[in-house]
Design a protein around this ligand. Sequence first.
Ligand SMILES: Cc1ncc(COP(=O)(O)O)c(C=O)c1O
Length: 410
Amino acid sequence: MLGNVSNENKQEYATVPLVELRRQNAEFEDEFLSELRRILGSSQFILGKDVEDFEARLADYVGTRNAVGVSSGTDALLASLIALGIGSGDEVLVPAFTFFATAGVVSRVGATPVFTDVCPVCFNMDLDDLQDKLTEKTAAVIPVHLFGQAAEMEEIKQIAGQQGVPVIEDCAQAIGARHRGQQVGSIGTLGCFSFFPTKNLSGFGDAGAITTNDDDLAETLRRVRNHGMHPKYEHGMIGGNFRIDAMQAALLKVKLPHLDRWLAQRAAHAGFYDAELGTLPGVVRAEEVDCCCLARQQARLGEQGAALVLPVAYQHNHPTWNQYTIRVLQPGARDRLVDFLRSHGVGCEIYYPKSLDQQPCFAALCPQKPLPVSHLLAEQCLSLPIFPELEPGELRRVVDVLSSWLEQSA
Ligand SMILES: Cc1ncc(COP(=O)(O)O)c(C=O)c1O
């Protein structure tokens, strides 16, 4: 137990970074350097055999017939919309509580993002709101497996199926996550992955991929990522430069076989937080208030005198813990906790301080129906360090600093 932590004695405690990539990459330095030398020697810097090899291994991991490497997770989503022919006059249903890219790409193809609210337990697309907002203008649905927790894919596919529209899984934060035994990225029409350095399979700059069981769509995506070109200098459609570099593919190929080990470490850290934080006064597990109705959930939390809610771990999901995100319930307390953690050397981040309908660039899309859960989560969510290489002492410190904050603010 940390006792009475104050700013004066913070120097006693070493810092705990939110993410530290060097620890993971150091293990593979020799392999990385030999891959880089090989690619330098070959001068095949873009697409080519390394990309094809990586795509084959990724498809095998996700369990799809195809994987198409692209330049980022954002471009994976953008290329998917282009390949599906989505554009002006179309509506695409996206959750309001996610990273900007999920909706930004919709506007970039000239379609309209329609924001659904999210569930206050798992933070993913609210199914009733999705059903309400499905119209004959809906051209696709993009569920996000936020923080590594899979969205309710059967219901989402069933709802999208009423209009016969594709489901594009945003798997940017969820490579390796399973939903009812199935890998994310293999359940919808397309799965879009990011290898941004802070993601679970972390690249060396920007990179991404799209997975699909639809061979024709995969072929179209291969054209879209290369200016819509096929054969050479023949452009039957308009695409872009969404190609993945050979260097990224070669280095990611080194890391992919270790992904499950890293996911297991993340899960163990989440288990430690659940066990240690879960017994502190004022801390409630999401399972204890597992109720998608916000008002009822708020009432239960009030009865319990709760200050923090821990993230849910559903039996039917196998989350990847890209983030361990707690809710800080008292108004204004989340931002005070951020200051407290940082002033005691504990890295943390707010994902996301605004829901997408609150972003100035989407103001013109209003009036849209209110999105109370998304707005509340933007005020309450806070993500703690959970990267695989965290040491036991660092995890302990996060718990101790939080415990001290709870004592102090009780
Ligand atoms: C949910 C979500 N979608 C899409 C993206 C975009 O991925 P990238 O940064 O690789 O373009 C991200 C990355 O932060 C994300 O978290």
